[in-house]
Design a protein around this ligand. Structure first.
Ligand SMILES: C[S@@+](CC[C@H](N)C(=O)[O-])C[C@H]1O[C@@H](n2cnc3c(N)ncnc32)[C@H](O)[C@@H]1O
Length: 354
């Protein structure tokens, strides 16, 4: 995934150099720590410490890396949440930070395959005008990327023109999670290009926007049943990510759901507690583990995702990637609570105990 620069711009030069040197050693120790030590208590404590140091000191950068069908359990939960909607009902869903569109088309595929009867209002937003234009076209090169290729963000920064943006980033083939059968269902193949089928593109509105914008709700035409804010908040420093997440929460209609992964877990947990969001239990662990690319970076990279740890007293909140928002409830798990049972709340507000 992304490479990380480990220096904090707020540190004086000499302090920064010393800290980088220290961090390099911490990482080296981890690299040479055998697996049987890593899984022990001492290994886990060391990993958490290293993770904290990395997150605190890294200069984070944005990236356009994405995949089709990136996290299948997430798509399955989406299908479960819409399962009880009445026939022919409207579904209002917004995907923030849509990048090249792979996540949006994957969600459209999951929704339309499960519920072809629904009238879908799907809005897709990204802060980069060039990437929104690219996503809207729905035309992707099938070429497998070479390790020496330039990343998409370098192209956007250097050139800014949509034609120059590569479909896949080095080491991240856009289609690596898609089976041959799914390729046939989702794309028309012409030469070395995969073109998203018209039934998946239908009804999607694309626009350039900032997830921090307090007026975004007006641009969306009101609050949404489902908002997806995946894998971009970790690219922001924690205070910025917190404010952005609070703003995103306001886009969700009362009783609606927020999908939010790819974010520092401390940030997500703090905002979820503060706003009394209700973690959705179904598929919690599977979704957390559903995108292997993120686990590979932990604990040495700021975008890495820690392993699911059920021994933590706050695990029900910490590892939830989907929340129900805007219903007042006493069901928020207490810190250290052991009797609390997470629930699944369906799109029509019905509550089912696990
Ligand atoms: C790593 S991609 C995530 C792609 C997709 N969500 C996924 O999970 O595969 C990050 C995207 O976030 C976008 N982004 C960053 N900051 C944003 C903001 N404040 N508002 C909207 N989009 C933003 C970037 O332009 C980039 O396309």
């Amino acid at each position: 995934m992304q490479t990380s620069r480990t220096s904090s711009s707020s540190m004086p030069d000499i302090g920064r150099k010393l800290f980088d040197f220290y961090l390099r050693h911490l990482r080296r120790i981890w690299r040479y720590t055998p697996n049987f030590v890593r899984v022990r208590r001492a290994g886990r404590i060391y990993a958490r410490f290293l993770d904290k140091m990395v997150r605190r000191s890294s200069d984070r950068s944005q990236s356009f890396t994405t995949f089709f069908l990136r996290n299948r359990p997430e798509l399955e939960l989406l299908q479960m949440l819409i399962a009880d909607k009445p026939t022919g009902a409207e579904l209002k869903i917004t995907v923030l930070a849509c990048s090249k569109g792979a996540e949006v088309y994957s969600m459209a595929w999951a929704i339309r395959s499960a519920r072809p009867d629904l009238r879908i209002s799907l809005q897709a937003i990204d802060i980069s005008p060039a990437i929104v234009e690219f996503a809207k076209r729905g035309v992707y090169s099938l070429r497998k990327p070479q390790p020496t290729d330039l990343s998409s963000d370098s192209y956007v920064r250097q050139n800014g023109h949509v034609d120059a943006i590569p479909s896949s980033d080095p080491n991240h083939w856009l289609f690596e999670h898609v089976s041959n059968e799914e390729m046939e269902g989702m794309f028309d193949i012409r030469g070395d290009q995969a073109i998203v089928k018209p039934w998946l593109r239908e009804g999607i509105q694309w626009f350039c926007g900032d997830a921090n914008d307090p007026n975004l709700i007006v641009r969306l035409g009101g609050s949404q049943e489902i908002v997806v804010a995946n894998r971009f908040l970790c690219h922001m420093r924690p205070p910025e990510a917190m404010n952005c997440l609070r703003n995103i929460g306001r886009l969700v209609a009362p009783g609606g759901h927020l999908f939010v992964s790819g974010i520092d877990l401390d940030v997500r947990t703090a905002v979820a507690r503060e706003r009394r969001w209700i973690p959705v239990a179904q598929r919690m662990r599977e979704i957390h583990d559903g995108d292997e690319s993120l686990h590979r970076g932990w604990p040495t990279q700021w975008w890495g995702l820690e392993p699911f740890d059920e021994t933590r007293s706050d695990w029900q909140m910490r590892y939830a990637s989907v929340f129900q928002i805007g219903i007042t409830s006493t069901r928020v798990p207490p810190i250290g609570g052991t009797n609390w049972k997470p629930e699944l709340v369906s799109a029509n507000g019905e509550i089912r105990q696990r």
